[in-house]
Design a binder for this molecule. Structure first.
Ligand SMILES: Nc1ncnc2c1ncn2[C@@H]1O[C@H](COP(=O)(O)OP(=O)(O)O)[C@@H](O)[C@H]1O
Ligand SMILES: [Mg+2]
Length: 222
């Protein structure tokens, strides 16, 4: 599903930052992998590259057989719409749209016919336990519920790869455990490949594979 080969990422800003320095990783379809490491070690950068949000300065990133670095901005954006569900710590929902409208967005972008959109949105909201919250605005939801909406928005297109960057980072431990339970169920039921950045050892414990990153390199992988 995912293949990174000697991936480097250098940010050229006021100062030059080598965020990743030679990462090679293979993740098979259907794996659930935790990525751990200190703050600033390159975890978010790694996820951005896996999801085609950014391109490496050196090396190859192949996702579902497609070399993302070879695609332009436009090609990567099309690829993301159908292949990648991205879940952020801070949810990133549109504040003026209801849960259902937020979840419908990627379907509208993908050109799914309107009559199919409502049904798929309703089904996905029920699947994440939010059937009763379809008309609520993000402001009217708890943090855990907002993250469920974000997960539903990611999954509604049927994306085979879910990338989650500290998905429980803004939640208390009970809400965080619910989100982890949801991700684990999605993985089991849909066979979605999941890569999750987390600081939480308990969260990492639910994954069969844990990759530790330090200073932009893979420190351990087991
Ligand atoms: N857009 C950017 N421009 C410049 N430097 C960045 C940018 N994004 C991240 N960095 C730097 O790259 C390093 C890795 O960042 P990041 O991948 O966000 O780490 P983590 O998610 O593990 O905390 C850090 O030193 C960070 O300051
Ligand atoms: Mg980060």
């Amino acid at each position: 599903m995912l293949e990174l080969e000697d991936v480097h990422k250098v940010y050229e800003g006021k100062s030059r930052v080598a965020a990743l320095s030679g990462v090679s990783l293979r993740i098979a379809a259907g794996e659930m992998v935790a990525v751990m490491g200190p703050s600033g070690s390159g975890k978010s950068t790694l996820l951005h590259l896996m999801g085609g949000l950014d391109v490496p300065t050196h090396g190859r990133v192949v996702v579902a057989g497609e070399d993302l670095a070879e695609k332009g901005e436009e090609g990567r954006s099309l690829f993301r719409r159908t292949h990648v569900a991205y879940v952020f710590q801070a949810f990133h929902l549109m504040p003026t749209l209801s849960s259902a409208q937020n979840v419908a967005l990627p379907l509208h972008l993908a050109g799914v016919p309107r009559r199919d959109v409502d049904e798929r949105v309703a089904r996905t909201l029920v699947d994440v336990g939010l059937g009763e919250r379809a008309g609520h605005l993000p402001d009217e939801l708890s943090g855990g519920e907002r993250q469920r909406v974000a997960i539903a928005r990611g999954l509604v297109t049927g994306a085979p790869l879910l990338l989650a960057d500290e998905p429980t980072g803004n939640l208390d431990s009970a809400r965080g455990a619910e989100i982890l339970g949801l991700l684990t169920r999605i993985h089991a039921e849909r066979g979605t490949t999941i890569v999750m950045v987390t600081h939480d050892e308990a969260a990492a414990g639910t994954c069969r594979r844990v990759v530790r990153i330090r200073d932009g390199r893979v420190e351990s992988d087991r």
